[in-house]
Design a protein around this ligand. Structure first.
Ligand code: ADP
Ligand code: MG
Length: 477
């Protein structure tokens, strides 16, 4: 492996914007002195936990300390995952943030240690600096000619490109000062198509590797498109010459380098996620190469964050792996979350707080999350209504808050959508109390569902199975 391949395109996979459970969270909502604001960046309350997370954020940004582990512990629905997401959002694009759920590690395709290793390496970034000759400009026009497939060698006009090109085309690029037409060959056309480059985009082409990077959409053309995702970046049309020498910085994760260089899969595996196991020799070679780059000043390690949600699903072997992995000097900051109380450690008969072995617990800084007050629930529901674009009357909100306090925050959040649909059905504009109570009647919360089960037990299947006192009974909530 003389030259390690690296790839940063995988970063810019198109994301679909949907309203998810945590899409309202845009950060931790801290001020410059790391105090938690009451309501900010979609975050409400839980101030001491957020402040603690802010300190961790500082630690990560400085990037000096490796191998710290933080445990977020608290009842279900107290915002553990939300805080982790807030942390991720505040980190910015360059710092890798990898998330896995405890149960994801148990797959038939790879061993749990391999899954954990991959997770760790997804959380370690490498910033690679290179001097490159690039062409940077705004796309005026792309035209692609597709001659019939039979027209084998008719690569007319594609000067300087591979002679076996079937497709040819032309790309017109401009800066504020000049405009040039480039001939396109097969490879370039593929690269442009993959990036979905269209006129109005500002792009950079690497002259050596042929890599295409979309820098954003030109501000001048911003009004031509009304359906742009919130991720669309608007940039100015570049000035001066089209060709430039530029220091480019790629940020990739070690995992991405691993996958690209493991011969069996190639980089396509990055897109399918179907990476399989990666041989340890490949990893060793990569580590050596990266160490060389670091020495030559060509690369820097950017330790990121690995977030393992539902960590009580890990078994004793995973925990011992984590113990060891945290001692590596490239180790990311590990954030784990659990809602369990004192319970059995998986794979053993021992009980321990959070189902985590005591030796591993000892390494953790523990942040605990507290249940929300009614006032805080109201504010979170407010934010969620806004996020889901639901207008709700005052009374309805009061009722929903009551429901949230009585049942659970998650249930109340779920009712918003249901109530909005009920409102739509009766052609209302604003969600009223009747819609909330309709949704409340239609969808049971856990308490009522349990009650119902108690009443009608005999009519369900398997109700005769004797109850065992099983570990999950110790779960809080
Ligand atoms: N402090 C908060 N501010 C805003 N939204 C919150 C807050 N805490 C929780 N939520 C939201 O409430 C829901 C449940 O919280 P979640 O983080 O999933 O709980 P946990 O992971 O602790 O079980 C999520 O939709 C989450 O985004
Ligand atoms: Mg959670």
């Amino acid at each position: 492996m003389a030259e390690l391949k690296k790839l940063s395109e995988s970063r810019d996979l198109t994301r679909i914007e949907r309203i998810g459970a945590h899409s309202h969270i845009r950060g931790l909502g801290l001020d410059s002195s790391l105090e938690a604001r009451a309501v900010s960046e979609g975050m409400v309350g839980q101030q001491s936990a957020r402040k603690a997370a802010g300190l961790i954020l500082q630690l990560i940004r400085e990037g000096k300390i490796a191998g710290r582990a933080i445990l977020l512990a608290g009842q279900p629905g107290t915002g553990k995952t939300a805080i982790a997401m807030g942390l991720a959002k505040s980190l910015g694009q360059e710092t890798p943030f990898a998330t896995v759920s405890g149960s994801e590690l148990f797959s038939l395709e790879m061993s749990k240690t391999e899954a954990l290793t991959q997770a760790f390496r997804r959380a370690i970034g490498v910033r690679i600096k290179e001097e490159a000759e690039i062409i940077e400009g705004e796309v005026v026009e792309i035209t692609i000619d597709r001659p019939a497939a039979t027209a084998g060698g008719s690569a007319s006009g594609s000067s300087g490109q591979s002679s076996s090109a079937f497709k040819t085309g032309k790309l017109t690029l401009k800066t504020t000062d000049m405009e040039t037409v480039y001939d396109l060959g097969n490879k370039m056309i593929e690269a442009l198509t993959k990036e979905k480059v269209q006129s109005g985009d500002v792009i950079a082409l690497d002259k050596v590797s042929g890599k295409v990077t979309k820098l954003g959409r030109s501000i001048g053309r911003s009004r031509d498109y009304d359906a742009v995702g919130p991720n669309t970046k608007f940039v100015r049309c570049p000035e001066g010459e089209l060709q430039k020498r530029k220091e480019v910085v790629h940020c990739v994760t070690l995992h991405e380098i691993d996958v690209i260089n493991s011969r069996t899969q190639g980089f396509l595996a990055l897109f399918t996620g179907d990476t399989g196991e990666i041989r340890s020799e490949v990893r060793e070679q990569i580590d050596t190469k990266v160490a060389e780059w670091r020495e030559e000043g060509k690369a820097e390690i950017v330790p990121g964050v690995l977030f393992i949600d539902e960590v009580h699903m890990l078994d004793i072997e995973c925990f011992s792996f984590l113990n060891r992995a945290l001692e590596n000097d490239m180790a990311p900051i590990l954030v784990i979350a659990t809602n369990r109380g004192i319970t059995t450690i998986r794979g053993t008969n021992y009980r321990s707080p959070h189902g985590i072995p005591p030796d591993f617990l000892d390494r953790l800084l523990i942040i605990s999350t507290q249940p929300y007050t009614e006032e805080e629930i109201r504010k979170i529901l407010d934010i969620r209504c806004e996020e889901e674009d639901v207008e709700m009357s005052k009374d309805a909100k009061v009722l929903l808050t009551k429901i949230g306090a009585e049942t659970s925050l998650r249930y109340a959040i779920n009712l918003i959508t249901a109530a909005a649909l009920a409102c739509q059905k009766r052609r209302g504009k604003i969600v009223e109390m009747e819609d909330i109570s309709r949704a409340y009647q239609l969808f049971l919360d856990v308490k009522r569902s349990t009650q119902y089960l108690m009443e009608y037990q005999s009519q369900y299947m398997f109700n005769e199975v004797p109850r065992e006192v099983d570990e999950d009974e110790t779960m809080q909530s």
